[in-house]
Design a protein around this ligand. Structure first.
Ligand SMILES: Nc1ncnc2c1ncn2[C@@H]1O[C@H](COP(=O)(O)OP(=O)(O)O)[C@@H](O)[C@H]1O
Ligand SMILES: [Mg+2]
Length: 294
C-alpha cells in the first residue's frame, strides 16, 4: 500500500471547474496541519465533498502514504463502514467483530490522510471508526464531510457557508460573486446561452428553461427555473441589438451601424422586450452586463 508521497487514491477526476472557495481550501488545509480530525459540515449541496477533494489535492504532498477517499454515500449498513473504508484503503479481510479497531491497527504505521466523505447517514459508525483511528494510528489524519459533526474528542469542525452571493444593490459586482461564477460556468457549459437575468427592484433573479443549473447553483442564487424568457431565446440579430443598447447607442445609431431602418430597430427591440421582460433600456443593459454580452 505504500505509495509515492502525495498520491491520491480513489478520487474521481474533476469533470467541472472548481470555483472560488480559495479561503476555505486554505483554512481547512491549515487546520489539518494542526489537528488530526477535521469535519467539514454544512447543508447538502453546499460543496463539502468538492471542497474536500480540493483540500486533498492541496495537502497530498504532506502524506508519505498518500490521500485516500472512502465514499460513504452508498453505505446503508453502519456495520459495513469499517469494511468499506478498509477496502477503499486496499485492506481487506477485516474481522467482522471489532473491525474499526483492526483497521486502526492495520494503519498504525501509515502516514496518510483519509477523506471520509458523506458521513451523515452513518454518523455513529463513522464517529466510532474515527475514534479508533485517532487512538491507534498516530500518523493518520481524517478529513470528514458530513451534514452534522461526528462529535468526538479531537474533532475540529469547519462550517462551510454558502458561496458568496450577489448583493442585489450592486449588480456590477455580481459577476464576481462565487455563486454567480459557478452558475455562469455551468450554464455556459450546457452550450445554451447564458440565461441569467438579474433585475434590481425587487431583487429577482431568474433563469429561463433550457439549461439545468445544478441544484447547488439554483439554490445558492435563489433562482427560479423556467421563469421569464431570457437571452437564450433571442435571435443572433436581437442579441446584437441588446449589446449595442447596452453600449449606450440610440436607435438611430444602431440603425446606421447595422444598415437597417430605425423602424426595423424598434421592431427588433419590441421583440427583445417581449422575450426578456425588460421594458426599459436600463434593464436591458443590466441584463446584458450580467450575461457578459458587453
Ligand atoms: N466550489 C465549487 N466549484 C465548482 N462546483 C462546485 C463547487 N462547490 C460545489 N460544486 C458542485 O455543486 C454540487 C454539490 O456539491 P457537493 O460537494 O457534492 O456538495 P455536498 O457534499 O455539500 O453535498 C456538485 O455538483 C459540485 O461539483
Ligand atoms: Mg457530499
Amino acid at each position: 500500500m505504500a505509495d509515492a508521497t502525495g498520491s491520491l487514491h480513489g478520487f474521481p477526476a474533476a469533470l467541472t471547474s472548481f470555483v472560488g472557495r480559495a479561503r476555505a481550501v486554505e483554512e481547512v488545509a491549515t487546520q489539518l496541519a494542526q489537528d488530526r480530525l477535521v469535519t467539514v459540515t454544512g447543508p447538502g449541496g453546499a460543496g463539502k465533498t468538492r471542497l474536500a477533494g480540493e483540500v486533498a489535492r492541496r495537502v497530498a504532498g504532506g502524506f508519505a502514504d498518500g490521500v485516500w477517499l472512502a465514499e460513504l454515500a452508498a453505505v446503508t449498513d453502519p456495520a459495513q463502514v469499517a469494511a468499506v473504508v478498509g477496502s477503499a484503503l486496499g485492506i481487506r479481510d477485516l474481522p467482522s467483530v471489532a473491525a474499526a479497531d483492526a483497521l486502526a491497527q492495520a494503519l498504525s504505521r501509515r502516514q496518510l490522510l483519509l477523506v471520509l466523505d458523506n458521513c451523515e447517514h452513518v454518523i455513529g459508525a463513522a464517529a466510532e471508526l474515527c475514534g479508533w483511528l485517532l487512538l491507534g494510528a498516530d500518523d493518520v489524519r481524517v478529513l470528514a464531510t458530513s451534514r452534522e459533526p461526528l462529535r468526538i474528542a479531537g474533532e475540529v469542525r469547519y462550517r462551510l457557508g454558502p458561496l458568496t452571493l450577489p448583493d442585489p444593490g450592486d449588480l456590477a459586482a455580481a459577476a464576481q460573486c462565487e455563486a454567480v461564477r459557478l452558475f455562469a460556468d455551468r450554464a455556459t457549459a450546457t452550450e445554451f446561452a447564458l440565461l441569467l437575468a438579474v433585475q434590481p427592484e425587487p431583487p429577482v433573479r431568474e433563469v429561463t428553461a433550457g439549461a439545468e443549473p445544478t441544484a447547488y447553483g439554483a439554490a445558492g442564487l435563489g433562482l427560479a427555473a423556467g421563469g421569464v424568457a431570457g437571452l437564450a431565446r433571442l435571435s443572433p440579430r436581437e442579441r446584437e441589438l441588446v449589446t449595442l443598447v447596452a453600449q449606450g447607442r440610440t436607435d438611430a445609431q444602431i440603425a446606421a451601424q447595422l444598415y437597417i431602418t430605425v423602424r426595423t430597430v424598434s421592431s427588433h427591440l419590441d421583440r427583445v422586450r417581449d422575450k426578456t421582460g425588460c421594458r426599459r433600456r436600463a434593464d436591458l443593459t443590466r441584463l446584458a452586463l450580467s450575461a457578459g454580452l458587453v
